[in-house]
Design a protein around this ligand. Structure first.
Ligand code: PMP
Ligand code: GLN
Length: 388
């Protein structure tokens, strides 16, 4: 038999998150790799899911999503950003942001179309672009400030550009794009008549008083922007896989056409629970970013004390550090060894690059963990540094 996997997916193998979580489980190392919190989200939301299961909401929800969640997403966009959406025509519930990304790229891109994105990129972007038979064109964000390089961004656009796939706050770097950077991306998208697909799953995880700027609120962008988010990060419920996409009705309808045949629907009883969570008070939203900012500071100072250079993140729950002082030469090989070197798991940033040289010794650590876990992790890393 010939190899079963289609050629366009062969470079993808197993995701780094699955590999590193399995490594943590197998070695007992502290898992600062895959980004998931070790505490639960709002208790009212958890109760609402139990209630939905107990009261028979266990069959297929409507294709676009349950009405109260569609309404809650539209209300959330209006409340935080002043974005007005028709919840019945401009919002679609998906199985996590992952499905929203896949359905959007598959719906909008013909084979051979080009998608501009920044590297390092979230791994599903590359895989999804490949599944669509589209071509990724990237501009590199470089450690330690990860600033947008205008010349390489301009060079990534061409007459075949169909879409820009953007992510701010950005995984894995923790970068929050400045308004000027977003405006440059938007200007180029308009010039090339491209769609902007903006992955804003970390929209509520910003630090130091920074405000999230949704791309759809920039001048002239609402009509060419599809905005993606998810309950996973905002409400510490990554396993529920409730995501959504919103934007112009015609584009959302296109995404819905594809989405119907990926999963049709998902996460039935979790949908009303997320609807409830979206309507919770400002203090719930602020509480999460406040507690994460303290965790960021704890991890950043611990990594620095262990001798590592750190890029201080302005958002997300990830921090990127240069692990060269711990003996890293190749980040992937180093992360496979890190459990035995230090009893900690991280994620090599190089796997999110077309050009792994751009992140040869960079490791991403997640800080959405209990303070005691972070303290123990940094003391292990410091010990590993001293023992070298
Ligand atoms: N986009 C980014 C940037 C992410 O980090 C993640 C994963 N956390 C996703 C999308 C996927 O989100 P979900 O778990 O809702 O599918
Ligand atoms: N988004 C999470 C991260 O970046 C992991 C998601 C996944 O495992 N696919 O760590």
């Amino acid at each position: 038999m010939t190899t079963p996997l289609v050629a366009r997916m062969r470079e993808f193998g197993t995701t780094i998150f699955a590999e590193m979580s399995a490594l943590a489980a197998g070695t007992g190392a502290i898992n600062l790799g895959q980004g998931f919190p070790d505490t639960d989200g709002p208790p009212e939301m958890l109760e609402a899911a139990r209630e939905a299961i107990a009261t028979g909401r266990n069959q297929y929800p409507p294709g676009p999503g349950v009405p109260e969640l569609l309404d809650a997403i539209a209300a959330h966009q209006a409340r935080f950003y002043g974005i007005q959406l028709d919840p019945r025509a401009q919002v679609l519930v998906t199985v996590g942001a992952t499905e929203a990304i896949a359905a959007t790229v598959l719906a909008l891109c013909e084979p051979g179309d080009e998608v501009v994105t920044f590297e390092p990129y979230y791994d599903s972007y590359a895989a999804t672009i490949a599944l669509a038979g589209a071509v990724r064109r990237t501009s590199v964000l470089r450690f330690p400030d990860f600033a947008v390089d205008e010349a390489s961004l301009r060079a990534a656009f061409s007459g075949r550009t169909r879409m820009v796939l953007l992510n701010s706050p950005h995984n894995p770097t923790g970068k929050v794009f400045t308004r000027a950077e977003l405006e440059l991306v938007c200007e180029l998208a308009r010039e090339h008549d491209a769609w902007v697909v903006t992955d804003e799953v970390y929209e509520h995880l910003l630090f130091d008083g920074l405000q999230h700027v949704p791309v759809a609120t920039l001048p002239g962008m609402a009509e060419r922007t599809l905005t993606i988010s998810s309950a996973g990060k905002t409400f510490s419920a990554t396993g529920w896989k409730v995501g959504w996409v919103s934007g112009p009705a015609e584009a959302v309808a296109a995404v819905r056409t594809v989405k119907q045949f990926l999963t049709y629907v998902g996460s039935g009883p979790f949908q009303p629970a997320v609807a409830l969570a979206l309507g919770l008070g400002d203090e719930v939203y602020a509480g999460l970013s406040g507690s994460l900012q303290a965790k960021r500071d704890l991890l950043v100072s611990g990594l620095r004390a262990a001798g590592l250079e750190v890029a201080v993140p302005s958002g997300t729950y990830f921090v990127v550090a240069d692990a060269a002082p711990l003996g890293a030469v190749d980040a992937l090989e180093f992360c496979r060894r890190l459990p035995s070197v230090a009893g900690v798991v991280g994620v090599p940033v190089s796997v999110f690059h077309d050009d792994p040289e751009a992140a040869r010794t960079l490791v991403r650590f997640a800080f959405c963990k209990a303070d005691g876990v972070l303290t123990e992790a940094v003391s292990r890393l410091a010990r590993a540094g001293r023992e070298r």
